[in-house]
Structures are given as structure tokens and as C-alpha cells.
Design a protein around this ligand. Sequence first.
Ligand code: CO
Length: 134
Amino acid sequence: MLGRLNHVAIAVPDLAAASAVYRDTLGARVTMPQALPEHGVTVVFIDLGNTKVELLEPLGENSPIAAFLEKSPSGGMHHVCYEVDDILAARDRLKAGGARVLGDGNPKIGAHGKPVLFLHPKDFAGTLVELEQA
Ligand code: CO
């Protein structure tokens, strides 16, 4: 069921500052910021060839990463995103096994224009897991 690692996401309090660290200090190519109001974040991507890093900054009043940044004000690893071939089949299999799917359980369209779901960290070794239909 589980495919490639699509990205690792890092929540940051200041997207411009974090982008500058990746671009200037680490010498990475960083995309332009993309606002995703439906997800409550603004993102940039750093393409590493074999996978990507996604930097997330809160957007709007009820950002899902606001509480995370209250606990970790300087930022930190927020989630990992794995690719699946069929997101609805993956969801149904995980739910049948007792895993909790966040939100209303239906995929939303993610930053790459593809359906995504998030799984409860308590069911996955303490890590928030995003699934993206490849
Ligand atoms: Co993500």
C-alpha cells in the first residue's frame, strides 16, 4: 500500500526566514510561497530530487499548525507524506484496522493538486502522517 516518501513537512514561524536558510545557507532551490487557505497554511517546497521538504507557515485564524508552533516556537518536523496509488482504498483499509483519519475522513486537494488525507499521530508511532494519491 505504502509508496514513496513524497515530502517531509517542517512547521516554521517565519516562512521568509526559513526559506532564506534553505536557499542561502543550504544552497537549495526553494519555490515561491503558495497560500493554501483550505489547509490554513502557506507553503514552499524544496525539491531534493529523491524527495521534497515542505516548509509550512500558519495562515489565518484557525491554522492547524498554530498549536504545534505554540509548543515549538522555533519550528520543527510536523508530518511526513507518503504516496499511495488509491487514497480511498488506503483510507478504508486503515479505518478497518482501527486507524483514525483526521477531519471528516474525506480527501482534500493538497498543495500538488492531488487528494490528501491526514492520519492521527497516536496511531502511527507519534508521527502525523499525510497520504497523497500519487
Ligand atoms: Co504535506
